[in-house]
Ligand binder design. Structure first.
Ligand SMILES: NC(=O)c1ccc[n+]([C@@H]2O[C@H](COP(=O)([O-])OP(=O)(O)OC[C@H]3O[C@@H](n4cnc5c(N)ncnc54)[C@H](O)[C@@H]3O)[C@@H](O)[C@H]2O)c1
Length: 290
């Protein structure tokens, strides 16, 4: 198959590329080769390449900055997917797009998790722009997959695991938020889910796609340290306490980011546990350091 990857320099894109390039022809583009906000450029490139699939990894992902840069974020996260959907439809291509837990309000009782069709109520500018992108795709085409992920980390990007590892090896203690609940997701595992979905030709539509199991940033940090034998102590703090301590302003994070994967699991998609993903990620980091 011929696959056009957009936002190809990003963290997830790196894994997607690695997974798909073994048996597909990949055309990898980032903003300089294909700016997804440029409708004409998108049409021309898609028409010229005539891909079987477009995998859109391009996004405005700076959650806090998006609060002050709504227009730009919405251009990339809302108008970009609209351009890709129109061009895909016109050229018989299927579209894979990545969305986020932030399309939900995050105030659901912690004993529950979000199903794909639960009502959307994004509280952040970023979440609003990502929901806009989902809606544009649904409006403009039928043959799409939208995978909603969360708490993503991977080799090719700055991420929470890297940050905490660095802090853990240079400090005696760290304060970490313990009232936000979700699933840390290894970008390689998300790329694998996308691969399986395409291979198995699962029905088009929207799917929650994170690693399995739920935790908090606090518990996640403890696991990151335990796996690497880092002795730094981890103090649980509430989001409110953290903001106060750090003297920061930040976009409101959802307390409940737990996404149910029942829909994918029922279709036979294999989804590893988050602890398993973390182990493999840390091994890969170690291998790369050799
Ligand atoms: N990182 C997370 O924790 C997280 C959580 C939930 C969902 N997501 C979603 O997962 C997807 C991948 O995230 P990531 O962390 O790998 O992203 P990233 O920030 O690492 O990469 C995004 C890429 O998009 C490119 N890009 C930006 N504007 C562009 C434009 N106009 N045209 C073409 N390319 C452009 C950037 O240059 C960059 O290479 C995104 O859709 C994101 O919203 C990420």
């Amino acid at each position: 198959m011929k696959i056009l990857i957009t936002g190809a320099n990003g963290m997830l894109a790196k894994e997607v590329r690695e997974k798909f390039e073994k048996n597909n022809e990949i055309i990898a583009t980032d903003v300089t080769e294909l700016d997804i906000t440029n409708e004409k450029m998108v049409q021309e490139v898609v028409e010229k390449i005539k891909p079987d699939y477009i995998i859109n990894c391009a996004a405005y992902t700076a959650v806090d900055k998006a609060e002050d840069n709504y227009e730009l974020a919405d251009k990339i996260n809302g108008d970009g997917p609209a351009n890709l959907a129109k061009a895909a439809k016109a050229n018989g291509a299927k579209l894979v797009h990545i969305s986020t837990d932030y399309v939900f309000g995050g105030d659901l009782d912690i004993s529950k998790d979000y199903k794909e069709d639960d009502s959307k109520a994004p509280v952040t500018a970023y979440g609003k722009t990502k929901l806009h992108g989902e809606e544009e795709i649904q409006k403009n085409m039928e043959e799409y997959y939208i995978f909603r992920t969360a708490w993503l980390y991977g080799i090719g990007g700055n991420n929470f695991v890297k940050t905490m590892t660095k802090l853990g090896t240079t400090r005696d203690e760290v304060n970490v938020v313990s009232d936000q609940h979700g699933s840390p997701t290894y970008a390689k595992d998300l790329a694998e889910i996308i691969y399986q979905a395409i291979e198995k030709k699962i029905p088009y539509g929207i799917y929650n796609a994170t690693n399995q199991g739920y935790t908090t940033w606090y518990e996640f940090t403890k696991e990151i340290f335990a796996e690497q034998g880092i002795g730094c102590s981890v103090n649980p703090v509430t989001t409110e306490e953290y903001i106060e301590m750090m003297k920061i302003t930040q976009a409101k994070r959802p307390f409940n980011s737990q996404l149910s994967k029942e829909k994918l699991l029922k279709l036979g998609i294999n989804i590893p546990e988050w602890k398993d993903g973390l182990k493999r990620y840390l091994n890969e980091v170690k291998e790369n350091e050799k």
